[in-house]
Design a protein around this ligand. Sequence first.
Ligand code: DX5
Ligand code: ZN
Length: 216
Amino acid sequence: MSNIIISPSILSADFANLERDIKLVEEAGADWLHIDVMDGHFVPNITIGVPVVASIKKVAGVPLDVHLMIANPEKYIEPFAKAGADILTFHYEAVKEDEIKPVIDLIKSFGVKAGLSIKPKTSPEKIFKYLSYLDMVLVMTVEPGFGGQTFMEDCALKLPLIRANAPESLILQVDGGINDKTGRVCTELGANSLVAGNYIYKSADIKSAIMSLRQA
Ligand code: DX5
Ligand code: ZN
């Protein structure tokens, strides 16, 4: 039906049972694993770092989609690439304008896919000039920092603008408050990758939850 990439966010998993919770979503049909890296500086929360990504790599059977919500991402590209990230997404707001292209190039130099993310208040026009260099754009549909927040519909209106200015191969991902209904809003507007934390992990039937996102 579709080639929507479903990337469950392990931020909503039980960190004391991470391998179990990774297998749970993989067996339920997850395409990628979304790993939220937060530094308590770029966002007001601290989550996981390089050693945990390296440990996840040993047990994961799908690509690791690593979302860097950190200041100075350029310092951590190499360690996260070596830890096994398959996609590294950094934030437009975290680096100076003239450093964006060099960070994209640095990510690609390790053979890793490069993603750029924008927060709710950042206008999509700001990243148009980078679209041809990127593998993925991540449009945040909540303020980054925490799982379980409410989807901001106005953020989804950025999707068609980015899609219209991007090469066909660009993966357009959304993250924050995604469920079967908000996921559909986003795919209709041009998204082809959905991140979901609470909707998947708090669901009684994870397989159906992933299926319902795929049909969104
Ligand atoms: C928020 C993170 C998200 C988070 C999404 O800053 O980037 O990936 O885990 O969680 P839900 O799907 O519960 O909104
Ligand atoms: Zn995320």
